[in-house]
Design a protein around this ligand. Structure first.
Ligand SMILES: [Fe+2]
Ligand SMILES: [Fe+2]
Length: 367
């Protein structure tokens, strides 16, 4: 294994110092989350809207109790994949401590190892509250294998900080539109704060590695960026959900057979349409951000290869308009319709302030 020993103990990297200082001020522990809060029967059921499961006549015909059981398993499955991702992030961040050259980068990467360990513990507890921990999906497994065995640290940073972490942050926000469990919300909010710092670290530091690369290494990085962009939405295939139907003693084949691709005639149409609008808006914002981040770190070739042409000046300006560290899909308060409550329109912030919450979130300094 190669490593870099930093012998310059005086040199500081100001951008990384700022992230290190923020991370010291925003540290939290599992004791900040009250995992003992009671689980209610309506905390997870709306996730069936997002998963499109209600388009299946088979699922629509299930009892409310069975629907709630299935909805919890959808979240347990998704968060099992995130749990495997968090464990991989812990291992990858540990590898980064060896590889990066600046002392500040080593210090921050070691902070990230500890953060990821806390995420593993938190998400494990969140999942155990609602179901078993599901196996890792083949696509995610392939991505993890590739990153762990990679010899090029900027490629690891690209895969971990700019892709897996940002992708997990998108998934967190999308789940928050549908899940109403205060334990889930508190956990996600705490993890989100750390992950935004990890993404900022990746963006700040990867450019240094890219500058020092040979043309062959740069080509490898660009090819990898194109691969990530192509595969960015398909980490989980629908057939992998068979396991959750088995967990609920339900028939996955019947679910698929009763699946209506387009259905506008069911009671929750209005709510689903609004929710899907917010989901689509999050996807668009995320994709724009991802391209901006690639552009900022000097990998515009990834975008150009995907488009099959050079970026024009307007597109260059557009990609500079979004601050890569801003993570706009987190800061925007997306709305969602709640058909079960008289088609009331709520937003994620309002959901967080719902009276069902029994414990105030830990007092944290705002970032
Ligand atoms: Fe994490
Ligand atoms: Fe992270």
């Amino acid at each position: 294994m190669t490593y870099a020993l930093c012998l310059d103990y005086e040199r500081e990297v100001p951008a990384l110092r700022r992230i290190i200082d923020t991370s010291i001020k925003t540290q939290w522990t599992l004791a900040d989350i009250d995992f003992e809060q009671k689980l209610s029967s309506d905390h997870y059921i709306r996730i069936l809207e997002w998963q499109g499961a209600l388009r299946s006549t088979y699922v629509r015909g299930l009892s409310d109790k069975k629907k709630e059981q299935l909805s919890r398993q959808f979240v347990a499955f998704d968060f099992s994949q995130i749990l495997h991702g968090e464990q991989s992030a812990m291992m990858l961040a540990a590898q980064l401590v060896n590889c990066v050259e600046d002392l500040d980068a080593k210090i921050y990467a070691s902070t990230q190892v500890k953060d990821e360990a806390r995420h593993v513990e938190t998400i494990r507890k969140v999942i155990r509250r609602i179901g078993p921990i599901y196996d890792v999906g083949p696509h995610l497994r392939q991505t993890i294998d590739h990153l762990i065995n990679c010899h090029l640290w900027p490629k690891q940073v690209l895969g971990l900080q700019l892709f897996l972490e940002a992708r997990a942050l998108l998934s967190f926000r999308q789940h928050l539109l549908f899940v109403n469990d205060p334990v889930f919300m508190d956990s996600i909010q705490n993890i989100e704060r750390d992950e935004s710092q990890h993404v900022a670290f990746g963006i700040q530091y990867i450019a240094r590695g890219i500058e020092a690369m040979t043309p062959e290494q740069r080509e490898e990085l660009v090819t990898y960026g194109v691969w990530l962009d192509r595969n960015i939405w398909s980490m989980t295939k629908s057939a992998e959900y068979r396991a959750i139907f088995e967990e609920c003693d339900l028939d996955f084949d019947e679910f698929e057979a009763g699946y209506e691709k387009m259905s506008f005639l069911r009671p929750s149409t209005q709510g689903t349409a609004q929710s899907m609008k917010s989901i689509d808006a999050m996807h668009d914002t995320f994709h724009r951000w991802f391209y901006t981040a690639l552009h900022r770190v000097g990998l515009s070739e990834v975008i150009e290869r995907r488009l099959g042409r050079k970026l024009n000046e307007a597109e260059m300006a557009d990609s500079k308009a979004i601050a890569p560290g801003a993570l706009p899909w987190i800061n925007h308060d997306y709305s969602v319709m709640r058909p079960t409550e008289g088609a009331e329109r709520v937003t994620i912030k309002k959901l967080h302030a719902a009276p069902s919450r029994k414990k105030a979130p830990p007092a944290k300094k705002k970032r």
